[in-house]
Design a protein around this ligand. Structure first.
Ligand code: FES
Ligand SMILES: [Fe+2]
Length: 450
């Protein structure tokens, strides 16, 4: 149907710019707030200890754990006269503002108003703006949306495992969430940024990264899925078979990448916007199968540039003080030009995490999509943006519930990893064929409930 100019004006066009702005009242900001969001690791909140400053989707919040062990996340500002509750005293089932001593529960209810004579106090009328929280997989989740009864948690396998089954870590990056997530959807950088100075013979026979060093320009297939989008990068594996590497984007900011065998590789990353220009990544992985990725040569020595850890600065109480890499834009990510010149590593950067970090942060805080020249190997990036824009349009213009919010079990069918399959199987049949035979390890959605 052709829109009249007036109708087009009444319905602002949503494009890739709209995907990157997440403040309250923006289309993507409101869209994301419909989902449960990983907020902070459970281990960061100690019972009756000082609160933590937490920046989420541009909102300044505090997080704390009360003497009953309940986690709370609320507006930083005391609802009396706006003093920061970061200064507050966490004590006996709540947090007490240091200005006039008012005290609030984790749900935000004022339960003590000692600065007011008893006959005039009105604590039952005052509430701090607190958000519903839930703990799962070693993480405190928050719901910042408009519903009075939040939806169920998204059934992303790695994220809803019991805490003792999951490894989780956080990393902060100085850029928009979307360019971070897109780095995970862009497998074609792997053969250059990470493996650019390595040849297939540098790897042991049984290491599948050989294939990536052998053919640095694989074929791609991608498709829309109920949870978002999915791609398979494929290369010949002998005469009859193909080697597939499968990855997913899951609404609104999750990825799954092929870091292990498809049959039992269970992990996921959330790229949680702190604001438009800072992101906190949460990486969840299944403890029984996740191992530090150590890539060794035939003699068992680590291959240069393929360490999968990086040095962090000590956490501080600043809004941007948590989980910061030592390598950052201000020190050029500690690039070693000598190492780059001599071909020790392609990038001159020491490890996989810093290589990815430097790539996405060097694009600037929010990459300008107008400068890009997307090619067929960027099809997953392009398809994912289109899928996001469509869902965002339906949400902002027609009020359609974002994908997976009311049917969170759609996420449970998403799995990433690598496998070899008959060359006769095409995408996405090959994905469904493999996924159909999987044994899922996450708990039943009903057990987690809403
Ligand atoms: S400003 Fe917090 S109690 Fe007065
Ligand atoms: Fe990478």
């Amino acid at each position: 149907m052709t829109q009249t100019p007036a109708a087009a004006q009444a319905r602002p066009r949503l494009d890739s710019q709209a995907l990157t702005r997440v403040g309250k009242g923006t289309p993507m900001g409101d869209f994301m707030r419909e989902y449960w969001i990983p907020a902070i690791m459970s281990s960061e909140l100690q019972r009756d200890r000082e609160p933590v400053r937490l920046l989420l989707l541009g909102e300044k919040l505090i997080a704390f754990r009360d003497s009953n062990g309940e986690a709370g996340i609320m507006d930083e500002r005391c609802p009396h006269r706006g003093v920061s509750l970061f200064l507050g005293r966490v004590e006996e089932g709540g947090i007490r503002c240091v200005y006039h001593g008012w005290k609030f529960t984790t749900a935000g209810q004022c339960i003590d108003m000692p600065s007011v004579p008893p006959a005039q106090e009105c604590k039952h009328l005052v509430k701090a703006r607190a958000y519903p929280v839930r703990e799962c997989g070693g993480v405190v989740w928050v719901y910042m949306g408009s519903r009075t009864r939040p939806p169920a948690l998204p059934q992303i396998e790695a994220a809803v495992l019991p805490g003792e089954e999951v490894n989780v870590y956080c990393l902060q990056r100085e850029c928009n969430y979307l360019q971070m997530a897109e780095s995970d959807l862009d497998t074609s950088h792997f053969g250059f940024l990470h493996l650019g100075c390595l040849e297939p013979d540098d790897f042991p026979e049984d290491n599948p990264l050989r294939f990536a060093a052998e053919n640095r320009a694989p074929e791609f297939a991608s498709s829309e899925m109920p949870w978002g989008t999915s791609y398979g990068a494929h290369r010949a594996a002998g005469e009859q078979d193909r080697y597939w590497r499968v990855a997913n984007f899951l609404f609104p900011f999750w990825t799954q990448t092929p870091q292990g065998d498809f049959s039992d590789h269970i992990d996921a990353r959330a790229f949680v916007p702190m604001d438009d220009e800072h992101t906190m990544m949460f990486h969840f992985s299944w403890r029984r199968k996740s191992r530090p990725l150590v890539v060794e040569d035939k003699e068992g020595k680590p291959l240069p540039g393929l360490k999968n850890n990086n040095e962090l600065l000590p956490n501080t109480s600043d809004w941007f003080g948590r989980w910061r890499p030592k390598a950052n834009p201000a020190n050029d990510w500690l690039i070693d030009r000598e190492m780059q010149r001599n071909g020790v590593t392609f990038s001159g950067l020491d490890n996989i995490r810093t290589q990815d970090q430097a790539a996405v942060e060097s694009m600037g805080p929010i990459v300008d999509h107008a400068l890009e020249h997307l090619v067929p190997s960027d099809q997953m990036v392009a398809k994912t943006r289109r899928r996001m824009v469509k869902a965002l349009q339906r949400f902002a213009q027609e009020g359609t519930v974002p994908p997976g919010v009311d049917d969170p079990q759609v996420f449970a069918a998403a799995r990433s990893g690598f496998f070899v399959a008959s060359a006769k199987l095409e995408w996405p049949v090959v994905y469904h064929e493999r996924a159909g035979s999987l044994k899922h390890v996450a708990p039943d959605p009903v057990a987690i409930g809403s």
